[in-house]
Design a binder for this molecule. Structure first.
Ligand SMILES: [Zn+2]
Length: 306
């Protein structure tokens, strides 16, 4: 697998997967691609096992999507996570082979939003699973020499403790939390912080799923008995479905295992649709449990199948 493979560099397709959850219209948006070290993505899992799931390039990197979830909720348009955004330096873009420029808007997320029928100023709420650069980088954008919120009319929502954690990083955690993704939002008082499990809007639940970072959250959207859960980095790809397959990036892998096992057991019992942030090929699917393990079955809705 080569990073200059034009098929891969076009990014995960389609740009938008549209589907219904009860009466809610939802869209999985593809905000581009990045390549991360395969070993770091699979922690202590030996390479001969993980490379059968996702082959690596000559630099040992694997292609990952940066997927976001858009929900047309009666109380406003909700965007969950914002990809890497457009402020990365050329150096960072080449290290991670980030492919996220837009053709119509500034970023591929702008293009995906547009393809779903919306523009950035339509977004009422941005919910971040956590504030790592590949999930919150699109929170802000450069305007002249200023960094401003990318969704000018949005309230931004995150766990209060995650915002505090991002603001007080140490030598291990600092690189993943560039301050330009959250400080401009604080300056304009656009953060709405929550504490623990919260029903943020009717049918929009914020579920703490700690482990990747101590205050990571997943977002569960429900209507008329149907659900979609945006897992965030508690299970970044379908290859991470075995509970013990955690990332080297996880600060607390044992807690990731607890969080994943809890959320997958509910997902299997209640037949949730799962939205996967980093899976290159499968953005959506369901899990079933077989004895003590889980099996992931992808679902392809196709481009704007509503
Ligand atoms: Zn991530």
């Amino acid at each position: 697998m080569m990073p200059d493979d034009p098929l891969l560099n076009r990014g995960p397709t389609p740009l938008v997967d549209t589907f219904g959850v009860g009466n809610l219209k939802c869209h999985a948006l593809n905000a581009g691609t990045l390549w991360l070290d395969g070993g770091a993505m699979f922690g202590v899992v030996p390479k001969p096992l993980w490379e059968k799931k996702i082959p690596a390039d000559s630099a040992n990197r694997i292609p990952l999507a940066m997927r976001c979830l858009l929900v047309e909720h009666p109380r406003g348009l909700i965007l969950v996570d914002t990809g890497v955004g457009g402020k990365e330096t050329e150096k960072a873009k080449s290290i991670f082979n980030i492919q996220n420029e837009g053709e119509k808007g500034a970023t591929r997320l702008d293009d995906a939003l547009l393809a779903a029928g919306h523009k950035p100023s339509d977004v009422d709420f941005v919910i971040n699973t956590h504030l790592h650069f590949d999930h919150a980088g699109g929170n802000t954008r450069a305007r002249g020499d200023k960094i401003v919120p990318a969704f000018e009319n949005a309230t931004y929502v995150v766990q209060r403790a995650e915002l505090r954690f991002a603001e007080g990083t140490d030598q291990r955690t600092a690189a993943a939390y560039p301050r330009q993704n959250f400080e401009p939002i604080r300056e304009l008082r656009k953060w709405l912080t929550v504490d623990g499990e919260t029903e943020f809007l009717p049918g929009v639940e914020l579920l703490p799923t700690p482990g990747h970072v101590p205050h990571h959250q997943s977002v569960l959207i429900g209507d008329s008995g149907e659900h979609v859960c945006f897992l965030g980095d508690v299970m970044p790809t379908s290859a991470h479905v075995p509970v013990s397959w955690t990332m080297g990036y996880d600060l607390e892998p044992l807690r990731t295992m607890e969080s994943k096992s809890g959320i997958l057991s509910r997902a299997a019992q209640e037949n949730w649709l799962l939205a996967l942030v980093h899976d290159y090929n499968h953005g959506l699917g369901r899990v079933s449990s077989e004895r003590s393990t889980y099996r992931f079955a992808p679902i392809d809705f196709g481009p704007d199948s509503s």
